[in-house]
Design a protein around this ligand. Structure first.
Ligand SMILES: [Zn+2]
Length: 108
């Protein structure tokens, strides 16, 4: 089990390959869903890691875990597509943007 999850259709297609699919079959499957989940050496990995680091920082600052806004970097994504959307846009919701901006001001 991995989290956040890949697209639901990926798991369905994987199931149809049977219990021990060949490496080639898995490669073809991954190619079909390319871009919709993170794979090893994905260039988006850095942005995603930054977002998760900011979730830890925001938790320390506010005492709240995660955000309900799917466009905010602090959103608690359950699906990789949601995570990639929230993380690669590099945006915070208005509330978190102002909390983080105020914090930056404190340190000057
Ligand atoms: Zn937010």
């Amino acid at each position: 089990m991995e989290a956040p999850a890949k697209p639901r259709e990926f798991y369905l297609a994987q199931q149809q390959l049977g219990g021990r699919p060949s490496e080639e079959a898995v490669a073809v499957l991954k190619q079909q869903f390319r871009g919709r989940f993170l794979d090893h050496d994905d260039p988006r990995l850095t942005e995603v890691v930054k977002g998760y680091a900011m979730q830890a920082v925001a938790y320390l600052l506010t005492g709240e875990a995660f955000c309900d806004d799917p466009d905010c970097r602090l959103f608690n994504a359950h699906w990789q597509e949601e995570m990639l959307c929230a993380q690669t846009a590099d945006r915070y919701c208005e509330r978190h943007a102002s909390i983080l901006a105020a914090r930056r001001g404190d340190e000057r």
